[in-house]
Design a protein around this ligand. Structure first.
Ligand code: NDP
Length: 501
């Protein structure tokens, strides 16, 4: 396969990293040569062509201190789970559409017809149909967003040190792209060029087009990881084709040096589409019923706050699990282009067809609860971000930040130091940001009322996602930091709610 790169290249690379110590994204990790002496005097400008050898792959399987972020899954059970999600994910989003379109938003009614009719007759009668117009529109949308991503100016940002020791640069221009896209959409709607409810009206064809692209992107990313990997040494092989297809092989696949698959797909066809779809369904509710309800407005406001937060803090997002640790397979590829636009907008899809009018009191309570959840989410994430950016030299709630220093190794065998915050929210529980996110998720679904399960799919999904994330992130941190992580767990005992969990 690939030939191992000379050790000299790796140490050279780490001298660059040392020299850059102090930049955002680098502040969390101190880089030391194995002998413990940090060398900040040598600057190497040549990026090594690092690659991975079979020998190294077997080394990471056996050395727990260098397997963090690398070796996972592989059991037949996880492979079956991955295959199951890859098959049932698309079926579920189609089923939700059928329930909304043909069964008054009732999942149970659609499922009972499914059982009584059988798979084939059900699919023939109800499955969403492709449309040439929607396919062309979808491709145009992707090309437009890809152009904005490649061309708009933005901030030069850094990610976080990868397990192989790469530090990637990003052009974070998401907010600019969000503003340009929404301005153009509003202008096109006002001038009558486009029907403001266009996305809602063509959702059936768009859903099919997005699924085709999501599957294509997953397969393409899988093959690219073997044929033309961007950072060969940052690939993860589990030994299971199904697991690798689902969880991904490449950590940060790119076209060229900077066109990043992950940041583009999560942010653009994923999150920019989110608020655009919301607006379209608000317009559609008006066209269908002649009024716009407070419930759909509240959901859209909470969605917009969350999506805009992502773009305003895009630099922060580069140091979250999605970008730093999750590899790019079906989970992120199909998830970004199908799951986000479908499941994250499910409440407005429901409310546009089946309006709910909330009392002023209910509307106020739900809105304030959602904004409260968001405030917690942002405050917790901000604490970690500022702490890591300043390398622990900051104040949290008016006091000097408390932390534990941890050691970890990258695959080149070099030792590094990282810091774990133990004060503020991070001193109360280990994942307070997930608590804020969950409160916000339930508030986003509450305006739809309790008559149907379907609009609550988003909150249920977030609960499963974040609970699962808690345990897989902790497992990875344990592998990365070993005894230091155990010391952190001793100090901050609870995961989400003090005294309970
Ligand atoms: P975190 O931002 O909490 O990142 C976890 C990582 O932070 C760990 O792997 C570790 O990485 C580092 N870390 C852990 N504890 C500490 C500490 N005490 N001090 C400093 N660093 C620490 O998690 P996520 O990336 O999962 O989530 C980020 C946000 O995004 C959350 O608010 C989450 O709710 C939200 N989210 C939303 C989703 C959505 O679809 N709506 C999906 C996923 C997340 P290391 O040490 O290796 O740097």
């Amino acid at each position: 396969m690939d030939s191992p790169s000379p050790c000299r290249s790796f140490s050279c690379q780490h001298r660059v990293l040392n020299w850059k110590y102090g930049e955002p994204g680098m502040t969390a990790d101190h880089h030391q040569e194995s002998n413990g002496e940090a060398d900040k005097s040598v600057i190497c400008t040549q990026r090594p062509q690092a690659s991975i050898s079979n020998k190294w792959i077997s080394a990471v399987k056996t050395d727990p201190m260098i397997s963090w972020g690398r070796w996972a899954g592989g059991s037949w059970l996880s492979a079956i789970g991955c295959a199951g999600i890859s098959i049932f994910g698309p079926l579920l989003v189609f089923l939700l559409w059928v329930a909304l379109e043909d069964f008054n938003g009732s999942l149970f009614a659609s499922l009972s017809v499914f059982w009584s009719k059988g798979l084939i007759p059900f699919v023939v009668r109800f499955a969403p149909q492709p449309s040439v117009k929607a396919c062309i529109g979808y491709v145009a949308w992707l090309v437009f967003q890809a152009t904005l991503y490649a061309c708009l100016p933005g901030k030069n940002s850094s990610g976080q040190l990868t397990p192989a020791g790469n530090l990637l640069k990003y052009n974070t221009n998401g907010l600019f792209a969000w503003v340009v896209t929404h301005l153009l959409a509003v202008m096109a709607a006002i001038s009558g060029i486009l029907n403001p409810a266009m996305l809602a009206k063509h959702w059936e064809g768009l859903l099919v087009a997005a699924n085709i692209y999501g599957l294509f992107l997953s397969a393409f990313s899988y093959l690219k990881a073997y044929i033309a990997p961007t950072h060969p040494e940052d690939r993860k092989f589990s030994g299971s084709v199904l697991y690798d297809f689902y969880m991904g092989i490449e950590l940060n696949p790119r076209f060229g040096k900077s066109w990043d698959f992950k940041l583009f797909h999560i942010g653009r066809p994923g999150l920019i589409a989110w608020t655009l779809i919301d607006l379209s369904y608000v317009a559609w509710q008006y066209q269908l019923h002649g009024f716009v309800t407070n419930s759909i407005i509240i959901v859209s406001i909470l969605h917009a706050v969350y999506a805009l937060d992502f773009f305003i803090n895009e630099d922060w997002y580069l140091r979250t699990i999605d970008i730093c640790h999750d590899h790019f397979g079906f989970y992120l590829a199909w998830g970004s282009v199908v799951w986000i636009p479908t499941i994250y907008t499910v409440q407005v899809q429901y409310l546009a067809r089946y309006p709910v009018k909330l009392s002023s009191l209910s509307a106020t309570i739900i809105l304030l609860t959602g904004l409260g959840g968001y405030a917690l989410f942002r405050s917790v994430n901000h604490q970690k971000d500022i702490f890591r950016r300043t390398n622990g030299q900051c104040e949290i709630w008016g006091k000097k930040a408390e932390y534990i220093s941890c050691n970890f190794k990258t695959q080149d065998g070099l030792n590094h130091e990282s810091l774990l915050l133990c004060s503020g929210w991070w001193g109360m529980v280990r994942h307070a940001n997930y608590v804020g996110d969950l409160v916000l998720s339930y508030a986003m679904c509450a305006p739809s009322g309790t008559t149907h399960l379907l609009p609550w799919t988003y909150a249920l999904f977030m609960t499963l996602l974040l609970m699962h994330r808690c345990s897989r992130d902790e497992q990875r941190c344990l592998e990365k930091y070993g005894e230091d992580w155990k010391a952190y767990r001793e100090k901050v005992r609870w995961r989400l709610i003090p005294g309970i969990f």
